[in-house]
Design a protein around this ligand. Structure first.
Ligand SMILES: [Zn+2]
Length: 298
């Protein structure tokens, strides 16, 4: 789907306002290169995933996947206490079901999403059933990854999540906490998925997919927990991945799964290790708002 430039410019402007795209910490040095601009085909669904391309050296966006779970609120509280805004990609089967186009909310899960939002955090779309190829055996995934799903089911996955997230946030009077970004489960994506989702019934500012570049593949937190590693060991994997980024390109969309017991402790350890240190290029590492993945006013 291509948008007329004027529409795209208006969308970018409204996105910037709606997302409150302001860096969490002090502005970057004036001699730093401006971030890449946002063009019309960077909005809606793209054929390839976006991660850190619009960030500047030293900037970090915090993303959390697969909640809401009981542990999600601890993560949100930690971020609030440090003045950071993270983006929580929710899997909506936790939140209830959609029947006849209407949300039937699970009260506990819906209140958790409200609690996340009440702590100043943002919520985004991570599908309804989180289909992972070869892992999610029950229907409707039936062993298929998200990008393998038939068009109608793919749309249903994203539209159901949209309906349930909006309903849960509205119940807590936190509708403004919804940032309609999308992340594909397991980064399962292709150009056909972009075409399919361009015609899904979603908010006009829907955008995706959002990928991540930290940790490295194979070093995700769930791998740490599967290996019974400590929080410190897991955090060091994240920090060594940061250290391996090139000079001038130390910028990251960080992924932590908020549905594990160690999620808040890992988040704390990663923030303690990153925030405030200097990049190889001499910039101070700082957390910026999630909308900066698309491009934001700093
Ligand atoms: Zn996930």
């Amino acid at each position: 789907m291509f948008l007329a430039r004027s529409v795209a410019v208006a969308l970018v402007a409204s996105l910037s306002l709606a997302l409150g795209c302001v860096a969490d910490a002090s502005p970057v040095e004036p001699d730093e290169e401006p971030a890449a601009g946002t063009s019309e085909d960077e909005l809606t669904f793209r054929s390839t995933a976006t991660s850190n391309v619009n960030l500047r050296d030293g900037e970090v966006v915090l993303t959390f996947d697969d909640g809401p779970a009981a542990t999600s609120v601890d993560v949100a509280e930690l971020l609030r206490s440090r003045g950071h805004t993270g983006l929580f990609f929710a899997v909506s089967h936790h939140l209830g079901s959609v029947e006849g186009g209407r949300a039937r909310l699970d009260d506990v899960a819906a209140s958790r999403l409200g609690a996340i939002a009440a702590r100043g955090q943002l919520v985004a779309n991570h599908t309804h059933n989180h289909c992972i190829r070869g892992v999610s055996q029950s229907a409707p995934c039936s062993g298929r990854g998200f990008a393998d799903l038939p068009s109608a089911e793919m749309k249903r996955q994203v539209e159901s999540a949209d309906i349930l997230i909006r309903a849960a946030l509205a119940r807590s009077d936190r509708s403004s906490a919804y940032l309609p970004f999308f992340r594909a489960p397991g980064n399962s994506w292709n150009a056909g998925a972009a075409t399919t989702l361009a015609s899904a019934s979603l908010p006009t500012a829907a955008y995706g997919p959002i990928a991540w570049n930290l940790p490295r593949a194979g070093e995700e937190d769930f791998q740490c927990w599967r290996r019974n590693e400590s929080v410190a060991t897991c955090a060091n994997r994240y920090l060594s991945a940061w250290d391996a980024l090139p000079s001038g390109g130390q910028k990251a969309v960080v992924l932590i799964h908020d549905n594990f017991p160690n999620a808040a402790a890992l988040t704390r350890a990663v923030l303690d290790g990153l925030v405030g240190r200097r990049t190889k290029a001499g910039n101070t590492v700082r957390v910026v708002r999630p909308g900066c993945v698309v491009g934001c006013t700093r």
